[in-house]
Design a protein around this ligand. Sequence first.
Ligand code: NOJ
Length: 765
Amino acid sequence: MKWLCSVGIAVSLALQPALADELFGDHPLTPQARDAFVSELLKKMTTDEKIGQLRLISVGPDNPKEAIREMIKQGQVGAIFNTVTRGDIRAMQDQVMDLSRLKIPLFFAYDVVHGQRTVFPISLGLASSFNLEAVKTVGRISAYEAADDGLNMTWAPMVDVSRDPRWGRASEGFGEDTYLTEVMGRTMVEAMQGKSPADRYSVMTSVKHFAAYGAVEGGREYNSVDMSPQRLFNDYMPPYKAALDAGSGGVMVALNSLNGTPASADSWLLKDLLRDQWGFKGITISDHGAIKELIKHGVASDPRDAVRVALKSGINMSMSDEYYSKYLPELLSSGAVTMQELDDAARHVLNVKYDMGLFNDPYSHLGPKGSDPQNTNAESRLHRQQAREVARESLVLLKNRLQTLPLKKSATIAVVGPLADSQRDMMGSWSAAGVATQTVTVLTGMKNVVGESGKILYAKGANVTDDKGIVDFLNQYEQAVSVDSRSPQEMIDEAVNTAKQADVVVAVVGEAQGMAHEASSRTELALPQSQRQLIAALKATGKPLVLVLMNGRPLTLVKEDQQADAILETWFAGTEGGNAIADVLFGDYNPSGKLPMSFPRSVGQIPVYYSHLNTGRPYNPEKPNKYTSRYFDEVNAPLYPFGYGLSYTTFRVSPVTLSAPTMKRDGALKASVEVINTGDREGATAVQMYLQDVTASISRPVKVLKGFQKISLKPGETRTVTFPIDNEALKFWNARMQYVSEPGQFNVFIGLDSARVQQGSFELQ
Ligand code: NOJ
């Protein structure tokens, strides 16, 4: 018994040796052994202890440490979230071992979405890398650091496909595309869980938010979702399914309703689909307070009813509401809920604890007592080099007129803007246990590169926003945004004077991290007015103007695209963001990121996404016709399309070659292009392959991404890039909800973004 090494536990064993001996041991991590073990354990548990396992809480004003200690003693809590240091976690696990009757270990969870101590780029930025190796790095290091802090589970990955940038949580996902989200989510699960979530440096994932949270109406947070089954299964479901097929042990259930039924009350979603059809064996967890919210959704009449509905619908563990504990005893005694239903829910919780290895060693992610780090935030615990490498790949060059970039290290550069020196913002939202003071800003990163060879001048130039209402909103829970005491004009004057002394101006503008977070929906996607005024004043100086954007969603940038000489999209790039951005600005790294979401020209275009249907009257800009699908005051195309991103070199893509003109259902073919680096620098780019089912039983999108490869080429180098195509890639859910491929013509598009592509076609027989 490994866990006997801990002194604290040896004491507790002395209290109930027989019971503990029965529970803990070298249990083989197989489903058969687990099922037998959990069945035996359930027999030993009282009803209250079973109910206790369904409770997930965090320490806070509602649940102070003392209250939690008492709950632990009584076996009234199954898991804890938001506690993130080994010392604090150990203290609670010790309480389980010392005070509770059965000593069923707690598991500990946290929102490790884009890093733990080391903060990586937000997921939307990671998606921009179009590089699964980068995703693996983020997954492995996040899991390592989280497990090293004693955590067993993460509330990630977030794989909600989102085509509405008004939704602040678009920042947390991998963008608008189903395939990109699917492969990135799957890779993240595999990387975080490793060979087994029981391994010392792995954590169990909890994919979220099931289902279709990214499609909330109007992009308004917590709003409802209503969509056809075809769209749901063709576009929104595949990423969740992929994460589960990769073995994600947990599913976090969405807060929204889907076609009228709140996800937490949807037995079709949580039982018929998830368990019966998809064969999910792990745990379902409601999102924060979701069971209570069933009353406001209007599907439960009172708290007792909400518990009945949630449990019967398939919610195993309840996050942050006490309703299960409060009302299940009564529901059981009245027969409204059966013991079998309670056992099923408790079994799922115990199953994942078993899979986490907690019955082999409740301290498996904690190690021996004396091993806790002296300084949780020690520099030595960070993975800076990897953070810098991943961050570089997440940066997307949107514009580069007359090779304004890269900058000369010997130049005098005015670095301006409210985000230029903001450590907090660089981390982005959901920055887990990251520490702002350990984060490198753009200003610092640029100074690091330039050293003594050039000159960096700085002026803040503007507040993130001068709108007091928005500042108050952003500072509601933390002092996140500081407002300068000077007047806007004074700040602009200082920035203009600084700009005049420089050869080139770099303005770091965008959103405060809190603008792209949970509960941060927007109706306007323009830069705040204070920053627009700053840009206009800088432009008027006549100096070359580089915009470095920090934001968590596509913004509307038509004006800025005209004003700026160069634009670099950097999202929120994490702990090493400033160094990575400086690497790109000065050409030490050639940018290679591509957009995972289309950038609309205006809010009125939303939703704008590349994989739309053609309609019966598609608009053709070369032959404009009034009675076609269009706006009369705006073009249909986005400002920057999905998959778009420039490099300091140039590439040319040859016409598509297909290995055969036809394909049988049980066959496969290959589509290839030659990509040549036509510029004078080495560079990487993501080559993208899209397919179109030209004529089918239902309308299919004008193109859908089905493959990508990131390649690096030396100047003049040519590479053949080949994409395999099989029947699976051609399937879709038809009008009768059958998953089929249909014979006929398919177009194959290959290019360096979704808009400019080479085309081939083949016939499926
Ligand atoms: C609510 C959010 O919707 C969810 O994504 C998150 O994991 C939980 N809170 C826990 O922080």
